[in-house]
Design a binder for this molecule. Structure first.
Ligand code: AMP
Length: 331
């Protein structure tokens, strides 16, 4: 029997749109691999999505689609906790507490707040500002050892660590201070239309972002339209953001190195390369999509999965919340 206690790894993802190829290659595929090495806790961060206005019917569909898509990628509910944040009330409660141990200046320095408030200038709500305190609550409630994060979330994790240290300084031994976990194979996928920006669900140009559930012909079309350069040579290098991105994606789905890709496409044009990348992505996503179709047709099964996980998450997180409240002086 395996009696060795594994470290806890925790990560959340926003169900603010359908899951992207960036989410898959940059995060979820690593979650799947991490399931053997760690005790994994994953969740849909639906509370985070309402910092930006959501349309109710669409939000409901996004949440269930994201849940089914992530299971379809290979998350195993028998060994991994995968719950829905808004179903576990301790997150909002702990976020309030942590808000009171987070400084205005710290939150003001968050680049994501600056970016998002510039993008949604008509709705710079307090939730957008205090988002990192909720994220700190998500992490600290579970005494996580490791948090797999992309570069875009590093600043928030640093803040969560600062909050944990500050809180522990006042009231010892409440939170574990988590470390970042940078997976060896964490591809950063850029927009196909503006390869200087990361591929994102909120990309205004629909051709910039590939979604996990896009039909094969749509995926092919998006890759064929991908922005490249005028050199017409498949090689990794400076000033070739578009080709670099396509090579990264191709390498991530085929396992080929940049050198191998350069050799294979020596003398061939961008048209051939884009077709090859599109086809490789379609093939990589084929089993995920067919599993998704099966899961989404069985809502009762999906509900049984998240209800069970929600309950366990509540039990674990309630212990930390109770400890924090007692130390602060609540009776
Ligand atoms: P988000 O979609 O912003 O909630 O991000 C969820 C997870 O996916 C985080 O771990 C991100 O770092 C990761 N992620 C999002 N977009 C990309 C991308 N374009 N490339 C790589 N990882 C990404």
């Amino acid at each position: 029997m395996d009696t060795e206690k594994k470290q806890i790894a925790l990560s959340l993802i926003q169900p603010s749109g359908t899951i992207t190829l960036g989410n898959y290659l940059g995060a979820i595929r690593n979650w799947v691999k991490m399931q053997d090495e760690f005790d994994c806790i994953f969740a849909l961060a639906d509370l985070h999505t309402i910092t930006v206005r959501q349309e109710p019917a669409k939000m409901r569909k996004n949440i269930i689609d994201a849940y089914a898509s992530i299971l379809a990628c290979g998350i195993d509910v028998e060994k991994t906790l995968f719950f829905i944040q808004s179903h576990v009330h301790t997150h909002a409660e702990m976020a309030w507490i942590l808000n009171c141990y987070t400084q205005f200046g710290e939150l003001s320095r968050m680049t994501q707040f600056k970016d998002k408030s510039a993008k949604h200038a008509d709705n710079i709500n307090a939730g957008l500002f205090t988002y990192p305190s909720l994220m700190a609550a998500d992490i600290l409630l579970y005494q996580a050892d490791r948090v797999p994060v992309g570069a875009d979330q590093m600043q928030h994790l640093e803040l969560a660590r600062d909050i944990a240290n500050r809180f522990n300084g006042l009231y010892p031994n409440v939170f574990k201070v988590p470390e970042a976990y940078i997976p060896k194979t964490g591809a950063r996928v850029m927009s196909l239309q503006d390869p200087t920006k990361k591929m994102s669900k909120s990309d205004e140009n629909v051709n910039g972002c590939v979604h996990l559930l896009d039909p094969p012909e749509v995926i092919m079309k998006k890759f064929k339209r991908a922005v490249t350069d005028s050199e017409a040579c498949v090689r990794y290098g400076e000033g070739k953001d578009g080709i670099n991105n396509l090579m990264d994606i191709y390498g991530a789905v085929t396992g080929l190195s940049h050198e191998q890709i350069e050799r294979d496409f020596d003398g061939k044009g961008y048209g051939d390369f884009k077709t090859a990348v599109g086809e490789a992505v379609v093939e990589a996503l084929r089993p995920v999509k067919s599993e998704y179709e099966k899961l989404i047709a069985d809502k009762a099964y999906l509900e049984s999965c998240y209800r069970k996980a929600d309950e366990i998450a509540l039990k674990i997180s309630s212990r930390t919340l109770a400890k924090a409240k007692k130390k602060i002086g609540f009776i």
